[in-house]
Each structure stands twice: as C-alpha cells, then as structure tokens.
Design a protein around this ligand. Structure first.
Ligand code: ATP
Length: 245
C-alpha cells in the first residue's frame, strides 16, 4: 500500500489461557485516513485482532506472545486499554456495549472521558449532525432500536476525538436498509473527519464497498489481501464471501 501506515501489526501471535493459539502470525497495515476492512468467517480471529490493538485481550486472559503493534510510530502492544485510547485509537466493540440505563447524551459524554477541553457540548452537536435521529431520543439508551444503539456506539467513539476507530461488525443484527445507512455514515465520517478506520465485518459486500483495502483472515492467518477492487473481482472472494457468482 502506498501511503504511510498509521497502524501496523507485525506478525503477531495471540494465545488465550496460555494454550489456545488463535492468531498465527498476522500482519496488517492501515494507512492514514483510509478505511481498511478485515473479513473472514466466524471464529477466524477478527475480534481477537481488534482486541489485541485496543489492549483488551488481558481482560480475557489473552496475550500477544509474538510480534508487535505500532500506532503512529509508537509501540502499543504493551500498553493498557486506557493508554491506547489516549494515544488515539478507539474501539467500537461488537454488540454495541452502550450503557442502557443512561441517556444518549450521558453515553456520549462517556466517550469523552479522556478529554478536559471545553468543546464537549459542541462535539455532541457534531455527533447529532451525523446521527440526527439520536437527538430526538431523550429517554434511556436501552430503549433505542438496534440501529440507533449502533449509531450511539459510533457517536460515542467520535466523542473521544480519535485518530483511528476500530469497528467490530457494525452491521451485526441490522436490517439491510440500516446497514446501508450505517456504512454511508462511516464513510462520511472518514471523509469529513479524516479518521482512519479498521472495519471488521462478515458482510463483505458492504465492507469492501466502503473500504479502500481489505484483508481476509481464515483460522488465524491472513490468506488474501488487496485493494477493494481487487478483492471484489477475485473469484474466491466472490464465491466464498460475496454470495456466489
Ligand atoms: P466472530 O465473528 O464469531 O466474532 P472472529 O473472527 O471475530 O469471529 P474471534 O472472536 O477472534 O473470531 O475468535 C477466534 C477464536 O478464538 C475462536 O475459536 C474463539 O473460540 C477463540 N476465543 C475467542 N475469545 C476467547 C477467549 N476469551 N478464550 C479462549 N478462546 C477464545
């Protein structure tokens, strides 16, 4: 890939509980300002890769046992989750993980926990400009629809003013219409805010349309990578990931 990577994962291995090896030498580069997607079947190790980046493995007794990860030239694989957020990488976890008994605005403020500037209210308005529907929802976040919760989870990530957002299956559980809407907004945020994105997906079609570059992971290894155009026209990708033909 041409431009300088903002994130580089160099040949990492990840092991859970000291014995279960899930990643077997994974290397991924994400260039500044681009959207890169990581695709693959259930259990391939995609979420594990994102957790390795965000420092979230330790909470599951997982460990990067080999290789390293660097973000903007700094090695981050020895840092804890909070330090990684402060260095500019924010993860939107699978299943949204919003706080159901807090309001939309309270959830958004949680995203800004690392900030001490006085522009937080402005940024809440910025999030509402991307997700106008959230502004109308004044009750508890637990009452939001699945799509709205996904939007709130992305909005909360924006509140951290991250340099990079890692998204774990944003399309999960959403209707095709909502998937299209959410991907449209992800693309808009990338273009307008210049935020680099790493997008884990099972929905290869939408992910490749939004992304500049893609990696395909199977059983803890990268088996194929290329520009979105290359992958969309690859016969194996068509057959196994894009629903045939
Ligand atoms: P999915 O789309 O189902 O989330 P994935 O590609 O994201 O799949 P991972 O969630 O990274 O895959 O899981 C990869 C493998 O690691 C699976 O075999 C899973 O059972 C195993 N695994 C994940 N988390 C743990 C854990 N905390 N302890 C032990 N094994 C785990």
């Amino acid at each position: 890939q041409p431009s300088t990577p903002v994130l580089s994962i160099n040949n990492i291995e990840v092991v859970y509980d000291d014995v279960i090896q899930v990643l077997r030498g994974v290397s991924i580069e994400v260039p500044k300002g681009k959207i890169v997607t990581l695709l693959g079947p259930n259990g391939a190790g995609k979420s594990t890769t994102l957790k390795a980046i965000s420092g979230l493995l330790k909470t599951e007794n997982g460990d990067v046992t080999r290789g390293d990860i660097s973000f903007m030239g700094q090695q981050i694989d020895k840092k804890n989750a909070d330090e990684i957020v402060r260095s500019g990488v924010f993860q939107v976890m699978e299943g949204r993980r919003i706080v159901e008994d807090m309001t939309v605005i309270e959830n958004l403020k949680l995203g800004a926990y690392t900030r001490s500037d006085n522009q937080i209210n402005q940024d809440i308005e910025m999030v509402f400009s991307y997700f106008p529907r959230l502004k109308e929802r004044t009750g508890l976040a637990g009452y939001l629809s699945g799509g709205e919760q996904q939007m709130l989870a992305i909005g909360r990530a924006l509140m951290a003013r991250p340099k990079m957002i890692c998204l774990d299956e944003p399309s999960m559980g959403l209707s095709p219409l909502l998937v299209k809407e959410v991907f449209g907004i992800i693309d808009k945020i990338n273009k307008e805010q210049g935020i680099t994105m790493l997008l884990v997906e099972q929905n290869a079609n939408y992910a490749l349309k939004a992304a500049d570059y893609g990696y395909i992971m199977e059983s803890g290894k990268i088996v194929l990578d290329g520009t979105s155009e290359q992958l969309l026209s690859n016969e194996d990708v068509k057959e196994f990931y894009l629903g045939g033909g």
